[in-house]
Every structure is written in C-alpha cells, then in structure tokens.
Design a protein around this ligand. Structure first.
Ligand code: 5GP
Length: 220
C-alpha cells in the first residue's frame, strides 16, 4: 500500500482502548486551521463533561440502526457492547483541512476498504504496565473484564502490520508532532516503523503471558 500521507485524505488514529487516541486527536484538532475532528455517532451514554455534537453525536440504538440502514456511515462497529460509527458526511473534510478519525481497529479496516486516500496510524502504549493500568481502570475493573479487554487488545495489536505508521505514545507532544509530520508527508519524522513493530510484538507476548498466568500480576 502506498500511503498518501502528503495528500488530503483523512488520518485514521487507531489502537487499543486507553492508548490516548482521543487526547492526541483533540490536541491536533485544536489547530483548527489544519485539522478537523470527525465526531462519531455512538449509542453509549455521555460521560461527565462530554458534549453532544462535539465529543460524540449521542444517539439511541434505534437512531443508530436507522443511520446504518440509510447508508449514512463510512464505517461502524460494536465496541464494548456499544455502537460507534463515522458519518460519511464527516469525510467531506473542510477547506483543505485534514479530517481526523479516532476509531477502533475494526473500524479502521472498514475505512481501508472504503476510503483509498486515508492514512492509517496505529498508536501503541509505551509498555505492558501502562496498557494494563489503563485497561484495568487502575484496579477498579473485575479480573474477567480485564482479561476480556486484554484479549481484545492482543487481537488489535496483531493487526499492526496493516497500518501505514506505528507510533509509541509515550509523550503527547512527541506523538502530536509525529502525526503532524505524517500529515505533511514527512514520513521520516514519524520514527522507526521497525522499532514500533517490535514494541507491538513484545506487548503481544506480554499479554499472552499474563493471560496464561490468569492475570496473577493483578493480585500481586
Ligand atoms: P470511548 O467510548 O472510550 O469514547 O471509545 C471507545 C472506543 O471506540 C475507542 O477505541 C474509540 O476510538 C472507538 N470509537 C470512537 N468512535 C468510533 C467510530 O466512529 N467508529 C469506530 N469503529 N470506533 C470508534
């Protein structure tokens, strides 16, 4: 695949839950002249501080299904038992600005099929400890839920090779600068793909070990 990074296609940020995609997307979208955030539709409830129409378009299950039937989504997926979708109209972009999608890995695969100009960026957590802390809600989630989330993360990490760019999100400013570089078509500035893929593989191995030990580490 030839990434059209320097072009004008949407930039898709994907990666495991809790990796900080939304924070990165929001930091980029603050630059309103260059980027525009694609507000997804979702059937989940708003969290405190979230605004309808800005963070998400919060819709009922019935509304979401009507939008699916009417062909209004560029992609949609069920994530943690809730529905999420990118309205097609968001991809029209605006005035030469790059559209940013903060979506899950299944959604990214659909965009790959539907939007040839899109550029795909996978965000990795810097370590297994960080991923585990985020997926376990820092200890508040039950063990079987953490195991379920880890299995999802493992399956997502296995899809890293499908992406044009892989970034380890250990420093917000550096990640934001790397995505800006990707948007400019300056791929070299985005860091070493091989190193990032190595990180993805070692995270997968670490998750396999944790699951095999039935998450003993959580009670240590
Ligand atoms: P949250 O509920 O925490 O905001 O998001 C949960 C997950 O859903 C995150 O991985 C987020 O990137 C993903 N997500 C948000 N919007 C969309 C969307 O429109 N499509 C898909 N496929 N995933 C989305």
């Amino acid at each position: 695949m030839t990434p059209s990074a320097g072009g004008d296609g949407p930039i898709v940020l994907a990666g495991p839950t809790g990796v900080g995609k939304t924070t990165v997307a929001r930091a980029l979208a603050a630059d309103r002249g260059r980027f525009v955030f694609s507000v997804s539709a979702t059937t989940r409830r708003p969290r405190p501080g979230e605004r309808d129409g800005a963070d998400y378009e919060f819709v009922s299950r019935e509304q979401f299904e009507r939008m699916v039937d009417a062909g209004e989504f560029a992609e949609w997926a069920r994530v943690h038992d809730r529905m999420y979708g990118t309205p097609l109209r968001n991809l029209a972009g605006g005035d030469g600005r790059r559209v940013l999608l903060d979506i899950d890995v299944q959604g990214a695969a659909q965009v790959r099929g539907n939007v040839p100009s899109a550029v795909f960026v996978f965000l990795l957590p810097p370590s297994l400890g960080t991923l585990l802390a985020r997926l376990s809600g820092r200890g508040t989630e039950p063990r079987d839920e953490v195991a379920r989330r880890l299995r999802v993360a493992r399956d997502e990490l296995a899809r890293v090779p499908e992406f044009d760019y892989v970034l380890v999100n250990d420093d917000l400013d550096a990640t934001v600068a790397a995505v800006r570089a990707i948007a400019r078509g300056d791929a070299g500035a985005a860091g070493s793909l091989r190193a990032a893929r190595g990180t993805a593989e070692s995270l997968c191995r670490g998750i396999a070990t944790l699951l095999a030990r039935d998450l003993d580490i959580l009670s240590e």
